[in-house]
Write a protein that binds this ligand. Structure first.
Ligand SMILES: CSCC[C@H](NC(C)=O)C(=O)N[C@@H](C)C(=O)N[C@@H](CO)C(=O)O
Length: 657
């Protein structure tokens, strides 16, 4: 094929660059960002730091080597840069001072993992989150004689069996010194923020008497450095995404809501403003009816990135939400309550940082036109938004691909935002095979990201349809809550309405329709093929087929009670009614079941049950297991297995198309 006719392939993940976490210097002249890359020979992901000169545009590699350099953070005068370096056996907090020479270790641990950091307002201190290991050194590489499990939340997908020792908050002098413990709490400290004058630190932890049954009831405490005292900040029960102090010391801000007991993501996380003297709490974003969680799904763009609201001035607060496939950047004025869009196009602000004067904003931007890059929003006399990295330009110039077309499809009493990605060289007079992609969550959204998987199937000649059916986040609480207690409805109707709508356009062969999805998307794939035979083939990935066993085998399975308002042993009929395996007799669509053997979110028993059920009845079914992999195979699994998964799916669908 000529240069221009090269199409996107599964192996292209080796050619892609993955920038993230842009941190602009206080003077706005430099942006340090993380660039993840794949070591093809080792089949590992590493990340180094890069620096962009915002005036000259020059990009310089700042750190080198096969390790994970993450979380670069400037101090307020821009003379010191800290970052976390993780290698096989060590976790370090490294410091560049004056941008000179080799970074010096501020903290170096072999028995723990540094997870986050923040300078104090006066730059004299650094607060860090550290998880000390239960065992360290060589013992960490051995399997224990036994595992004595005494808590409900004892495993986490991607991590495995949880450390008994919780993540704790420490401080250390920014020029070096002893690591000083601040907390000693039974459950993880999940976020923290210095107060306005550096005399104390707010932190978040779950101190409920039964925390694993009340994972969405988190508390905020304030630790006074002077008094060495912890004080609870009174607020109603609910989850907390992050905390943020205001520069004036009048308010505390946090992301969360006050409706515990709802399924993950079904209630919008809102930016709450708490008056530190009166304790009065006011939501700044309720009027938007959008969640501040970043729930846009992708396989290049990271999801669920924690992005705090940041003060541009003492009265202007910048924040992002997930909305209609996008992650817009808004400004909230505390005095007027006015919300002004700063970036609200067909794009996703994944994360951002701001110069000291608030006039230069570095943005990790995702778009449908290209893989993620770093952009700069300049708010001087006029607004100027420009790209400052071009990491994937060479790759994009080497391939030919389309940009998805957007449709708004009526279904029931809703409108379903959908995208159609056509094959390169599309000919409207031809009839193409269709691949319906169903996202997981379920309270998440497809959106304005460059999606490698979608491009791979378009390149293989499919029209790829992907939608945000009811149950998705990004369209308000009622839309996300519409599937509560049902899970498959009205999502099924929405998905079928979208397929019918696209078929009506005349460029899809109705006899060549295929369906796939992962996790909840796999649940819906299983539901679809057990309720219609219109699809010629299906691939269900990291799926759920039996909600009752999922309740007890998933690392967070008991969260289903929040969705179904009951538990399987008290209401087996309800769980049976909404479990696809109940309808397995009706499945005749040839099915390929893909599952990771170490998936702790949707355990492999979900795949095994469905496979045996169908194989036993001699139905056309294939089971493909990926050893060692977790739930996140398609986004962060071993690269060669990510490639193999896509090639396997192409083989599955091509055979039948
Ligand atoms: C916004 S979805 C991630 C949270 C959700 N957690 C709970 C407790 O429900 C979750 O893990 N859902 C999975 C069943 C799922 O569908 N995951 C999606 C999105 O991460 C996937 O594609 O794996």
């Amino acid at each position: 094929m000529s240069k221009q006719e090269k199409y996107v392939s599964p192996e292209d993940i080796y050619d892609l660059q993955f920038p993230s976490d842009p941190q602009i210097s206080p003077d706005g002249k430099k942006v340090i960002f993380v660039k993840k890359w794949i070591h093809k020979k080792e089949q590992k992901y590493y990340s180094n730091l890069y620096s962009v000169d915002t005036v000259r545009g020059t990009v310089v590699q700042f750190t080198r080597g096969e390790q994970k350099d993450i979380k670069p953070r400037w101090n307020r005068n821009g003379k010191q840069l800290l970052f976390i370096r993780s290698t096989q056996n060590k976790s370090e907090l490294l410091s560049f001072y004056g941008g000179l020479g080799e970074p010096m270790p501020l903290i170096s641990l072999e028995d723990g993992d540094i997870q986050d950091l923040a300078f104090s307002p006066d730059d004299k201190w650094v607060a860090v989150l550290i998880q000390k290991y239960d065992v360290s050194g060589e013992d960490r590489k051995k399997e224990p004689l036994k595992r004595d499990i005494d808590r409900l939340f004892y495993r986490l997908d991607g991590e495995g069996f949880r450390q008994k020792r919780a993540v704790q908050l420490f401080i250390v002098k920014s020029r070096g010194g002893r690591l000083i413990p601040i907390t000693d709490v039974p459950r993880d400290v999940t976020d923290f923020a210095w107060n306005h004058d550096g005399t104390g630190i707010y932190y978040v932890t779950n101190d409920h008497e039964d925390p694993d049954r009340h994972m969405d009831e988190e508390s905020i405490f304030f630790y006074s450095l002077k008094e060495k005292r912890h004080v609870r900040i009174e607020k109603p029960a609910g989850p907390i995404g992050w905390v943020q102090a205001d520069p004036e010391g009048k308010y505390l801000y946090f992301a969360g809501h006050f409706k515990p007991g709802h399924s993950w993501g079904a209630v919008n996380s809102e930016i709450q403003q708490l008056h530190l003297e009166t304790g009065e709490i006011h939501s700044l974003t309720a009027s938007l009816d959008r969640t501040t969680d970043m729930v846009t799904l992708g396989d290049i763009t990271p999801s669920f990135v924690k992005q705090k609201a940041l003060f541009q001035t003492s009265e202007d607060l910048l924040f992002t939400v997930s909305s209609e496939g996008a992650n817009p950047l808004f400004k909230f004025n505390i005095l007027s309550g006015e919300i002004t869009p700063l970036l609200d196009g067909p794009e996703c602000v994944v994360s951002f940082s701001m110069s000291r004067d608030g006039k230069n904003i570095a943005v990790h931007l995702a778009q449908m036109e290209r893989p993620d890059e770093i952009w700069l929003l300049e708010l001087n006399s006029e607004k100027h938004f420009r790209r400052i990295t071009f990491l994937n330009d060479e790759y994009m110039s080497s391939i030919s691909c389309n940009v998805p077309e957007e449709y708004h499809i009526p279904s029931d009493n809703a409108v379903i935002q959908s995208w159609v990605l056509k094959p390169p060289g599309f000919n409207s007079k031809k009839k193409y095979p269709l691949l319906l992609q169903i996202h997981g969550g379920p309270r998440a959204q497809y959106g304005y990201t460059w999606f490698h998987e979608m491009q791979v199937f378009a390149a293989a000649g499919f029209v790829v349809l992907y939608t945000n059916p009811q149950g998705s986040q990004g369209y308000g609480h009622a839309f996300a809550d519409a599937i509560t207690g049902k899970w498959a409805e009205p999502a099924m109707n929405d998905l079928m309405a979208a397929v019918d709508y696209i078929l009506e356009l005349g460029f899809v062969d109705p006899e060549q329709c295929f369906v796939t999805g992962g996790s909840y998307g796999g649940y819906m794939t299983n539901w679809v093929i057990s309720h219609t035979n219109r699809f010629k083939g299906a691939v269900t990935q990291r799926s759920i087929c039996d909600l009752s066993s999922f309740f007890g085998t998933s690392d967070t399975g008991w969260d289903l009670e929040a969705d179904f308002h009951d538990v399987p042993w008290k209401n087996p009929e309800l769980y049976k009614k909404w479990s696809p395996i109940t309808y397995a007799d009706q499945i005749d669509t040839p099915l390929c079941i893909i599952h990771s053997e170490n998936d702790l979110r949707c355990p492999v028993e979900q795949a095994e049950q469905l496979f045996v059920r169908l194989k036993y009845d001699k139905k056309p079914v294939r089971l493909v297991l990926f050893p060692e992999e977790s739930h996140g195979l398609s986004r962060g699994g071993r690269p060669d297995r990510r490639v193999e998964r896509l090639k396997l799916m192409l083989e599955e669908f091509r055979v039948k198309s």
